[in-house]
Design a protein around this ligand. Structure first.
Ligand code: ZN
Length: 489
């Protein structure tokens, strides 16, 4: 298939034609979860965004090696130099071996991903399984002169690196500004400059997760694992690196610096970042206390939730916004997504029952092209979804005999709807499919009882049945062909 894909590259700050270095192969690395708690709605967005990217690249013919890591070495959350080790803390509080915490939350993360219909990556490496690669990378950075050791810890020398390279190339941050932003944090006194970051930290006695190294018994800095595992599985240079915008600085900026320092090469051609999900306009996060776990969303188990929301409703809600736009959570928005999804699935269910004619009243080839145009424009899923709803409109018009469609066009319409809804957007028919069947069967039973009552002139019972159904907005009609029922909109 002809490749017209353009992607917005955070590095160049513009849309670029997508040209992988070694087609048809594409290497893609996405920062995965830190496994010391359940994933919340905010975690669903990068997972679904890069699932969409993965699915679309495969759909247009690329062979994608997709690496999404598990952060499990008990680094110090989002700041490699300070704070406390969250996995170690959880293990200590619950009297568990840290790897029991890691396994438990990794399993639960996988349950969430499977419910959201997020495909498994090609490789899911754990940081704890790649300590050797990380030590090796530190050694190379030290050898190149871009790091220094103090008391068993190794720090990246940002100032030295910035003399001939640009620490800020991705985020646009300026080193001078970073230097003045001093913070009173543990380990700061060891650094030559406040902007320097840890590659290896000597473990304090209470730190449970530790490994031997040439410098001390300790643990790697957080930024390092992604550089080391990306290099290990995708090479010194690969095509796509993705993640949430919150990882842009310092995490991804530091990944670039580490790889350039160790390998003398910029590691990534296209940097892709998804925007955040907000809650009533506020950032959502564990530390802010407003993060609702995905399990709670699925069960409706939180005072901010008016009802449970199914995983596919959440997936559809996320795909209805472009990945680079902000997305604000609200019950209304999720309920609207749920309604839209049901409408889409209902139309798909009638596709096989449509009658064909001599002539098509709508341009189906054009509709299919517009779906691809949307996805080729930096994975614009909301525009693609709008086109699919044009498809829904056509399906319903043909069904209601207000429009006509030819045999050939019906096949194109079917293929477009199925390719985009299921394969590319990764939506699926949930329980509704089964419960619709069940409702059909139950209604059949009720209507037999009503018919029996009428035959034996028990009008009180048949009226009772009719009135109860009316309360549920179910309209029963007696026609020449028999009894029909429908749900009033
Ligand atoms: Zn990462």
């Amino acid at each position: 298939m002809e490749n017209n894909l353009t992607v917005y590259n955070t590095l160049s700050r513009r849309k670029e034609k997508f040209e992988p270095m070694n087609p048809p192969f594409v290497g893609m690395y996405v920062c995965g979860p830190t496994v010391y708690g359940d994933a919340h709605l905010g975690h669903a967005r990068p997972a679904i965004t890069f699932d969409l990217v993965y699915r679309y690249l495969k759909h247009i013919g690329y062979k994608v090696r997709y690496v999404r890591n598990i952060t499990d070495v008990g680094h110090l959350e989002h700041d490699a130099d300070s704070g406390e080790d969250k996995i170690g803390k959880k293990a200590r509080l619950e009297q568990l071996e840290p790897m029991e915490v890691v396994q438990y939350f990794t399993d639960r993360y996988h349950q969430n991903m499977s419910a959201l219909n997020v495909l498994s990556p090609s490789i899911e490496p754990k940081a704890s399984g790649h300590i050797i690669e990380q030590i090796e990378m530190i050694r190379k950075i030290l050898e190149a002169g871009f790091a220094y050791e103090v008391n068993g810890s190794v720090y990246f020398d940002v100032v030295k690196y910035n003399q001939n390279h640009n620490y800020g190339i991705l985020s646009g941050r300026v080193l001078e500004d970073l230097m003045t932003a001093t913070r009173e944090l543990e380990g700061q006194e060891e650094k030559h400059n406040p902007a320097d970051f840890a590659l290896w930290k000597k473990a304090q006695p209470e730190h449970i997760m530790r490994w031997p190294s040439p410098w001390s018994d300790g643990f790697p800095g957080w930024h390092l694992e992604c550089s080391a595992m990306g290099t290990r599985y995708l090479g010194e240079q690969f095509d796509i690196h993705g993640g949430g915008m919150d990882l842009l600085f310092p995490h991804h900026e530091s990944e670039i610096a580490q790889s350039v320092a160790a390998n003398s090469k910029a590691p990534v051609k296209y940097w892709l970042h998804n925007n955040m999900i907000t809650l009533n306009g506020q950032k959502m996060g564990k530390s802010l206390g407003n993060a609702i776990s995905l399990f709670d969303f699925f069960a409706g188990n939180h005072n901010l939730l008016q009802q449970p929301y199914s995983p596919i409703t959440i997936r559809f809600f996320i795909l209805q916004a472009h990945y680079r736009s902000t997305l604000d959570f609200s019950n209304e928005a999720l309920q609207a997504a749920d309604k839209g999804l049901k409408k889409l699935m209902a139309a798909l269910a009638t596709l096989d029952k449509l009658a064909v004619s001599e002539k098509s009243t709508s341009n189906i080839t054009e509709l299919r092209k517009k779906c691809y145009d949307a996805m080729n424009d930096d994975f614009n899923s909301p525009i693609a979804i709008a086109q699919l709803f044009e498809g829904v409109r056509i399906i319903n018009s043909v069904k209601n005999k207000k429009e006509t469609i030819t045999d050939t066009d019906l096949e194109i319409l079917k293929k477009t709807m199925i390719d985009f809804v299921f394969e590319i957007l990764g939506l699926k028919q949930e329980e509704a499919g089964r419960s619709n069947e069940l409702i059909d069967e139950l209604m059949g039973t009720i209507l037999i009882l009503r018919q029996k009552a009428r035959e034996s002139k028990d009008f009180a019972t048949s009226d009772l049945i009719r009135d109860h159904l009316a309360k549920l907005n179910i309209i029963v009609k007696d026609t020449k062909e028999g009894v029909e029922w429908s749900l009033e909109e």
